[in-house]
Design a protein around this ligand. Structure first.
Ligand SMILES: *Cc1c(COP(=O)(O)O)cnc(C)c1O
Length: 418
């Protein structure tokens, strides 16, 4: 469900024609729909209304501070994975007591920043990290609230690069080591065990892996209570999938129902860290056809957005629907849509049926709101795209296009080489 669609033969985001935005900002450009973001958040949030919960939006999916601010106004918290994301979340006005800090490699500086800010909890992923957190807490003389991230060893049946809850993944702590670590932490006055956490992967399209993980967590939860600890927050991570092509992910209501069934007797506050499901279908990448060319057996559509702008197809073999901005009933042909980057993996679509396009036509790469701009780079010295937020009949440039000057501003030629 999203608010991108054709009106009078051209693509709109909410009430704004895409062409109108492109005329001002050029291509390639990311365009987000505030109304879609709000809708997704509200549906997700209200699905859990029968149970105590906090929705900590996963900032890494789309960290533009305007997007964060839209979510903040709906009462969202944040799941962060770096000091940079902490700053963004705070800048957008998200209250620190709704921020959970995840990630396998938090630095001491990041922990200090987050503890001083007064975040809800640290999701800790190793014994060494916990020891480091205790040192930071001692230094600041402020006990650190934490949950251990369990690796429940369940297969989320998603792309291997986005599964995180298998034994072989670097994430979390193996189930059998979790209780001994809590026991150890119990003796340290600077460590406050406040919960338990897991996050098993991303773009998960069935409920079973979530249920399996929750089942494991419940057992540990009970052991924690037997130990005399008083866990309050049960963090189930993110990972709910979306429709890019023909996937059939569970509805948020179905996902919530399954969790509530299992968790309602625990007296826990449930924390959820959705990212993709909130913003994925709320954004598109608009790109312009530069050239078309035909080799003996293949036709290529060369566009001005490359893998540096949207890496998901190259990185995860991800599928993104591509549609023309101007509705057309031209004959369809099978093409590879490729970017200008000097890499063979630089494609947005392979063997894709598209209506015939010509130089100058605009294309919309759909479902690019999550892990799109945030994963973009300057490879090939390409300035990164602008980001535009549409809200009703208005739109705002919420990040301007980078310039070449921006790119080289941090570099210098040492005097001897001048
Ligand atoms: C990436 C991530 C999420 C969000 O995953 P989505 O698939 O976008 O919902 C949540 N929690 C943690 C710890 C993550 O690393």
């Amino acid at each position: 469900m999203h608010y991108f669609g054709y009106k009078n033969g051209e693509l709109y985001c909410e009430e704004v024609p895409i062409k109108k935005i492109v005329k001002e900002v050029g291509t390639p450009a990311y365009i987000y729909s505030a109304k879609t973001i709000r809708r997704h958040f509200k549906v997700f949030d209200s699905s859990f209304k029968s149970i105590d919960h906090i929705i900590c939006y996963s900032v890494k999916a789309n960290s533009n501070i305007a997007v964060l601010s839209v979510l903040k106004h709906l009462g969202a918290g944040a799941d962060i994975v770096s000091g940079g994301e902490l700053k963004r979340a705070l800048k957008a006005g998200i209250p620190p007591e709704k921020i959970a800090f995840s990630g396998v490699g938090k630095t001491l500086e990041e922990m200090e920043m987050a503890l001083s800010a007064g975040i809800l909890m640290f999701n800790v992923e190793s014994l060494e990290e916990l020891e480091a957190l205790a040192e930071v807490a001692k230094k600041l003389n402020k006990p650190a609230p934490f949950a251990l991230r369990v690796n429940p060893d369940v297969d989320p049946q998603t792309h291997p690069y986005i599964s995180t809850g298998l034994k072989k993944n670097k994430f979390g702590i193996p189930e059998e080591l979790v209780i001994p670590i809590y026991k150890k932490a119990k003796e340290n006055p600077y460590l406050k065990p406040v919960g338990l956490d897991a996050h098993i992967g991303s773009q998960i399209t069935s409920i079973a892996p979530f249920k399996d993980a929750l089942y494991r967590l419940k057992k540990i939860w009970e052991e924690l209570i037997n130990l005399g600890l008083e866990p309050k927050y049960l963090d189930l991570g993110g990972g709910l999938g979306i429709i890019y092509n023909e996937e059939e992910p569970p509805l948020p209501q179905e996902y919530a129902e399954a969790i509530i069934q299992e968790a309602k007797d625990l007296k826990a506050t449930i924390i959820l860290e959705p990212g993709r499901v909130i913003v994925g279908n709320a954004g598109i990448l608009v790109t312009k056809v530069l050239y078309t060319k035909e080799n003996i057996s293949k036709k290529f559509v060369i566009v001005d957005a490359g893998m540096n702008d949207l890496i998901r197809p190259a990185f995860y073999q991800a599928y993104h629907k591509i549609i023309p901005v101007e509705e057309t009933f031209a004959e369809e042909e099978v093409v590879d849509v490729v970017g200008p980057i000097c890499e063979s993996s630089d494609f947005l679509a392979k063997e894709r049926k598209l209506p015939r396009v010509k130089r100058g036509d605009l294309l919309a790469v759909m479902s690019a709101g999550a892990y799109g701009f945030v994963m973009s780079s300057n490879y090939n010295s390409r300035p990164r795209c602008p980001e535009i937020l549409v809200d009703g009949n208005k739109y705002f440039v919420v990040r301007r296009r980078e310039t070449i000057e921006d790119l080289i501003a941090l570099e210098s030629i040492p005097a001897p080489y001048l």
